[in-house]
Write a protein that binds this ligand. Structure first.
Ligand code: ADP
Length: 189
């Protein structure tokens, strides 16, 4: 089972990812988490990553694809996984598609969490207070939203046209959202 989870910053990808991987017993691949780990290492690559993340811009497609390919070649990923935070650009989507084809893997579902813009902004502001993530400042939030709208949201059409898109209203409690995700996935398995 391969699931891609998409959604704007603040749409609840992290929360729903945890539930999905528990439910389907598949490993979680979060590019945001992988990059935050790499950033902590503080070497040259880490510094470049930090510059992108902290300003709300995307890191290069080459770096992402390298990290993802490396991770997906590990044995525990051979029976599927949940991809969280990737693809985020058309180039990433194309290269991921090639990778799946090369391994003869089938992408089962692309779950897209939909949340109204005003609610996203409210959630991110609240999270900034609690978690203190360096990229949750007002300017960076605005940049991440813009990057999502321009570079990532167009991918929804691509997946819709291939019959893979499962759009879910991601408002209400985390449990309600999860139940909607499950019915969207199971209804079209
Ligand atoms: P969010 O969806 O809340 O913005 P993520 O944790 O998925 O958070 O990503 C945090 C940051 O990591 C992004 O703003 C971006 O700088 C970088 N990043 C994550 N995934 C990718 C990706 N697939 N391509 C490029 N940059 C990425």
């Amino acid at each position: 089972m391969i699931i891609i989870l998409m959604g704007a910053p603040g749409s609840g990808k992290g929360t729903q990812s945890k539930r999905l991987v528990d439910h389907f017993q598949i490993p979680h691949l979060s590019t945001g988490e992988m990059l935050r780990e790499a950033k902590k290492r503080g070497d040259e690559t880490g510094r470049q990553i930090a510059e992108c993340i902290d300003s709300g811009r995307l890191v290069s497609d080459d770096l992402i694809l390298h990290l993802v390919e490396d991770r997906l070649s590990q044995p525990q990923y051979q029976r599927g996984c949940l991809l969280d935070g990737v693809p985020r650009t058309t180039v990433q989507a194309m290269r991921l598609d090639e990778l799946f084809r090369r391994h003869a893997w089938t992408l089962d579902h692309v779950v897209a969490l939909s949340v109204p813009q005003t609610e996203l902004v409210r959630r991110l502001a609240a999270r900034a207070k609690v978690e203190g993530r360096a990229d949750d400042t007002p300017e960076t939030i605005a940049r991440r939203m813009d990057v999502y709208d321009k570079q990532t949201a167009p991918l929804l059409e691509f997946f819709r046209s291939r019959g893979l898109l499962r759009e879910v209203a991601a408002v209400g409690s985390a449990e309600d959202v999860f139940q909607r995700v499950l019915s969207a996935v199971n209804g079209q398995a």
